[in-house]
Design a protein around this ligand. Sequence first.
Ligand SMILES: [Zn+2]
Length: 352
Amino acid sequence: MKKTSTRLADGRELIYYDLRDDNVRDAVDRRPLERTVTTSEIRRDPLLGDSVAIASHRQGRTYHPPADECPLCPSEGDRLSEIPDSSYDVVVFENRFPSLAGDSGRCEVVCFTSDHNASFADLTEEQAALVLEAWTDRTSELSHLPSVEQVFCFENRGEEIGVTLGHPHGQIYAYPFTTPRTALMLRSLATHKEATGGENLFDAVLESELAGERVVLEGEHWVAFVPYAAHWPYEVHLYPKRRVPDLLGLDEEARTEFPQVYLELLRRFDRIFGDGEPKTPYIAAWHQAPFGALEEFDGVNRDDFALHLELFTIRRTSGKLKFLAGSESGMSVFINDIRPEAAAERLREVAS
Ligand SMILES: [Zn+2]
């Protein structure tokens, strides 16, 4: 893997990750771009204690551009995009319309491939391994920024999920605080550790799921299952069998096997609803230990956290979406119409 860092015309950082070590990336961004003014502001809700990023500058962002104006395709002749070079393998750059910026963190875009019409599931294992390298490297780099406490790599796929650009890409949010969902997990970890005299809750969950009926896919180093209390119609959690707090902790064996396991999972997701359906919309979310202090979570260390990926779709059946309506949006109580055991069975049926 070769890494080349450069700057776009407005000063934003862009990094090429190349499969070949002899690729030279010296193309210059020729667009007359002005520096964007970002006014991202974090406000804390006094009653709930959670944080909201107020990012009003995002209203002007690119919205469903035609394919020949895609800002994530490589630049070609006079058609200038966010990527100055005429080709790339994987590229990461700072979002021009970030939800988090400056003291409030950072937002990056990860382009998985230069092929506009592909999906992550279409990547080769070699390409998927390169994306994993990029996620890992960005997690490391972003964790060193003084304003960053947690790094979140994710992909939203499909218009139904609100994706405004069709080009296969994901995002990285670097938050200046520990996110509420991670805080909930850390609290559960602390409570369980205290109650059991030191047992790790992630280990206990993994052990019980491995012995149960909701395992979807198992490799030598990874296991994927539908969780006992799945929130979404089809939801899979993917864990490395050896617990590590973040992507940086994965060993070579786990890294080598990851593309195989993850690509198979994504391909199964596209087959859940049968042929002739538009591709399954999904969210793929990496959960990593925060880099900030963990004092408020009694006795919990970074190493107690278990890196894992949560993959889920908002589609519940052909042509029907699961909306976050009154109970979910109003009270944070999820109603799931599909038994997790049935979802797991379906995800085994559609194996390659
Ligand atoms: Zn494109």
